[in-house]
Design a protein around this ligand. Sequence first.
Ligand code: ADP
Length: 474
Amino acid sequence: MKRLLYLKFLLGYLLFFVLGFLVIAFFSAHLTENYLLHSAGERLYNEACLLADACTPYGGTGANLNTVSPRIETVAGCIDSTAWLMDRQGQIVYDTARTDTGRQIADFNPADTGKAHYVTGRFYGHFSYDMISVYAPISGSYQIFGYIVLHLPVKEALSSRDSILNVVYLTGLIIFALSLILLIVFHRIVYRPLRKITVAARQFAEGHLEYRCQVHSGDEMGYLSNTLNFMASELSKMEEYQRKFISDVSHDFRSPLTTIKGYLEAIMDGTIPPELHDKYIRLVIAETERLTKLTQNTLALQSLESRGTYLDLTDFDINQVVKNTAAAFEGACLPKRITFDLTFPSRILMVRADLSKIQQVLYNLIDNAIKFSHNGSVIWLETSERFDKVFVSVRDTGIGIPKDSQKKIWERFYKTDLSRGRDKRGTGLGLSIVKEIIQAHGQNIDVISTIGVGSEFIFSLQKPSGEEGRRSPS
Ligand code: ADP
């Protein structure tokens, strides 16, 4: 498996490192330089102002220069700068460096600094390297006598720049080193679990549904892993279920086919005498009918499953459906002298459901009730209503269902031992179909049964929305 995600994250991290470093190198260096120049310029300007105040006695007269020059020397010495006293025409009257006294600065304009208090550069081409220069007027009696000009080499003003930048670089490095923690966290929390999940997904895709993904964290990764494991176990159950279904179907088809083949061979080779042919041909027909029923039921169940919850919902009177279905069984009841007792809470009881499917449910339940009832008994069919539900009950006084079988009767092909003797034609699919239909409606079905006493199957249905089930007096 390629470590693409890991590489991408690593590349992202390196890009962050390089870009971060470039930002620090250019942006921080520029900002630091600006800051240092500005603060040196301001400091120099303040000194120049104070010095200019102190030089008022100069009054523009060369004779007074000796009075102010010691002060100019002291200040220049203190702040390590060169100080000039210039007259109004731009001639240097006094220079602490002793090199430029008497020189004229052409084009000197004290307003050159603009809004700022200082200028940087070579000061009208006077110096051979960059200087920060500030001017402060020496004034008194409402006139300007000259200017105090202070110069500080830019190099000196920026002398602390490298030390400051070193601190910034070091801090940046520490931050990058700490951000390595992100990489470790990514590796432990995201990358490692994701790798395990990918391995598991591949195992499942290759059909190893018993494989389990070992990520048990309480976050989204853990949730994803649990979901995958759950999906695999469901798929494996389904596979098992399909296998069982096919083996059950084959088994149930084989036994009637074997019987049919046996009887027909016996008839053909004369083992069964001609006077008994009629009896055995009837048995063959009964087995064929069972095969037909088995095929129909299997197809019904299959279509219910493949079409999922598709239902053709309509509003209809459930009492009428119960009456009609019971009437359809009249012929089957006659030989066993079974009668129906119908109880309805009102003449009409409306429900919202798939009519043909509910007919099928009633058909299967009444068919079972007749099959497992004793001769001459009564089958009670009852509807009742409670809140927004309608309940339909089919009750018999037949052989009953053992307690431990009551959960299994809903499974496909399941038949209780008690019923096997009585009902050889049963397929064991009727109640599976019933359960499937009721569940597709989002409703419930239950059974109450006692051996030797009888069974009652009750299922619920939904009343039509917006009405409490239309009633009319019975
Ligand atoms: P079958 O076609 O065999 O009736 P069903 O799925 O309808 O299949 O029923 C499954 C089993 O449940 C039956 O074989 C029988 O053992 C039991 N059963 C269903 N209904 C009744 C009932 N009313 N009384 C007793 N046993 C019943």
